[in-house]
Design a protein around this ligand. Sequence first.
Ligand code: HEC
Ligand code: HEC
Length: 477
Amino acid sequence: MNFVQNTKTPPARVRMAAVAVALALAGCDKSPGETAGPVATAPDPVAAGGAATVPSATSNAYSLPAPNLSPASLALHRVGDANFERRFVTGPAAVGGGLGPLFINANCTACHVRDGRGVAPASATDAVQMLFRLSLPGQDAHGGPRPVPGFGDQLQNRAVVGSEPEGQLSIRYVERLRALADGASVALRAPTYGIDNAYLPLPAGVLVSARVAPPVFGLGLLESVAEADILALADENDANGDGISGRPNYVWDVASQSTRLGRFGWKANQSTLLQQVAAAYNGDMGITTGLFPLEPAAGQTQAGNAAPAPGPGPAFDLPEAELASTAFYVRTLGVPARRDVGNTAVQLGKTLFVSAKCAACHTPALHTGAQPGLPAEMAGQTIYPYTDLLLHDMGPGLADNRPDFKATGQEWRTPPLWGLGLSETVNGTTTFLHDGRARSLTEAILWHGGEAQPSANAVTKMSTTDRTALLTFLKSL
Ligand code: HEC
Ligand code: HEC
């Protein structure tokens, strides 16, 4: 987690948060159905993550263990924390060996900086906290994206000595001004992606999806929401006629060799955190595990990129227990407490958030249940993640035109909005959306199209006071 400790004394309202957590749990429990009813007037609870809420608003706010972990859980979390930070090296090593031959970064924190979000690189020499998913039109045997021969399903832009990177990310932006009703205007930058210096000619028709690293806190709570609760929010054929039709993604789950509800990734393209983490080790770092035993270079024969043949003994770079502890770490990171919930502008902003139909996708409250194999501490919480974990058609402007299991090229999973207001404090950045194209919350909102077009229009028409209140509310999350 690479602490850069913010030495400022936390404001009194943050120090009070631990107390408020208990109070909030006792009192103000809103159901997801609040979006349809009259406008909410009671302030949201401070405890955005229930008993897993951490009273921090500093640069380590995303990096703290849930305060309700048992001593044994906390010990395992600490092991996973060290794994999350560990820089892997080439070749065999007592711990942390096996990097590559192809990779993007040597550790998790290089992309999920302080457990937060990555940014799109501004130039070819910048650190890469983003990846390009690749595929060909069509589906693989499990309904997933069809890998590109010689490249697989992800571009690895780095390689160990003796191997060649698959290519480099190329990003170009074109800016367009968008006028708002109050006379302000906002510049939106539309990206164009390409691949430079590909080590082999890319086949025609390659589909590219650029994605930055999302924050990784609070995910154990989202994994503990009962599947039935998520499906209850889906409205695939828009039966309630509100123009919004969230639907679940169903993806291939390697461990159970079956199709399961997708929850993680920008298109809900991963079923469990264990699989998400194993896929990250594999695709992002070239680290093999029992779940993903082949190097991303497997099958490549150019310039020494072929994976080494598995030798005698354990054939994987990372033992199963290490994979499990890294997954446990992301399952047990706490959620930062809300700030300023009673502030008048925040309350007006929440009202506008509901009236602009933001809450129809960014569902304020969910409940967690006890799930087999998941940490007991994450169960039985009322949480305020502001997501329905469902896919929505966000229009052609945000489309990557690359299907991912059931998700079409225009669909994205509603991202949680909790912790959003601390993004700048933690990561020094206010870039948002799946590819980091939005440089402010206003830009992120104005990119909303498709099912969310009426919401974006509502914000365009707001008075300066109302829009400021909406943003003040978002920053209190
Ligand atoms: C190259 C940058 C990069 C590296 C290195 C990386 N990640 Fe990620 N991570 C991403 C991106 C990009 C996504 C979104 C992927 C998608 O949408 O398909 C992601 C998604 C995730 C998610 C799901 C988040 C969510 O909200 O759904 C988790 C958990 C995660 N990564 C954990 C890890 C762990 C653990 C490691 C180290 C083993 C790691 N990542 C290494 C870039 C990276
Ligand atoms: C139809 C569903 C829907 C509605 C309505 C909606 N959103 Fe979103 N929102 C999404 C999805 C899906 C994304 C991710 C899009 C992407 O990354 O390309 C998103 C992304 C965001 C982000 C960026 C989050 C991040 O982590 O990068 C913010 C901020 C946001 N929405 C706020 C709002 C606000 C404010 C409103 C109301 C004015 C709203 N949304 C209405 C579905 C919706």
